[in-house]
Design a protein around this ligand. Structure first.
Ligand code: URA
Length: 257
């Protein structure tokens, strides 16, 4: 079979599932009772001129992320550093890196979890159903991504979509955290809004958003307000009341200056 790239292969699989395929079979029958001949393990290649040394060879991805992030002096540098960072597996399955949206330098920086399918396609955070709800929530307190007087800046803990929107893994969060911290330093917001459990895990080191929401915390010397994730509010609209209280609290905090 001709080689297909990741998204093509995924689309072909989805198509077959739609046609009703429930099992994968090969062209030739497989004798599962046959004892396979012993396979010799390939010997690791020795590094030499012109040979690409595999990533694991002595490179610590976290140290590398820290080094890349620290070198960035502007948001554009940081975007380029993240584009060039090759140690996060999520990058291989993603269509686009999702860096940020909204207004750099805004007083409020919102930190979400990770791109979903729509964000992965568009390369912008919070553009799907949850993002549209987030926009309506912000509009309700007279704020918005590019609002003339009260803009916000938006990013995520992870810049690449986890496959099938699975939860981020602790090592993925840890590996990408230096970039997130540098992102906050370079965007220089006054206030952080932490949406959902995974952003709370990354920035506060704990989950339990039901308990954490609405309580101001400190992150990197900044006031940080944890809130329910809009995707959670879409599934559990009964919590919109609490979300509204948190939005009003954010507005009041900004008014206090
Ligand atoms: N959920 C998030 O946390 N971030 C996005 O960008 C989209 C959905």
């Amino acid at each position: 079979m001709e080689s297909v790239e990741y998204h093509q292969a995924l689309a072909l699989l989805h198509w077959q599932i739609e046609l009703g395929a429930t099992e994968a079979i090969c062209d030739a029958p497989v004798n599962r009772y046959e004892v396979p001949a012993a396979v010799e393990k390939p010997k690791p290649a020795k590094p030499g001129p012109g040979r690409v040394v595999p990533m694991a060879a002595g490179i610590d991805p976290l140290a590398e992320a820290t080094r890349f992030a620290a070198a960035a002096q502007t948001l554009e540098d940081l975007r380029a550093a993240m584009q060039a960072f090759e140690h996060c597996e999520l990058k291989r399955g993603a269509r686009n890196m999702v860096f940020s949206d909204g207004t750099p330098g805004a007083r409020v920086m919102i930190v979400g979890e990770a791109p979903g399918r729509d964000e992965d396609r568009e390369g912008r955070p919070f553009v799907g159903a949850a993002g549209q709800l987030l926009d309506r929530m912000l509009a309700a307190i007279d704020m918005g991504r590019t609002h003339a007087d009260a803009p916000v800046y938006i990013t995520n803990v992870l810049p690449w979509r986890p496959p099938q929107n699975r939860d981020p893994k602790p090592d993925e969060i840890a590996m990408m955290k230096p970039f997130l911290i540098r992102h906050i330093e370079l965007a220089k917001p006054e206030v952080l809004v932490i949406v959902g459990n995974w952003a709370a895990q990354a920035l506060l080191g704990k989950r339990g958003i039901t308990r954490l929401r609405g309580q101001w915390a400190q992150v990197q010397g900044l006031a940080a307000l944890p809130m329910f994730h809009p995707a959670y509010l879409l599934r559990s609209p009964e919590f919109k009341r609490e979300a509204w209280a948190d939005l009003l609290e954010l507005k009041a905090r900004l008014a206090r200056g």
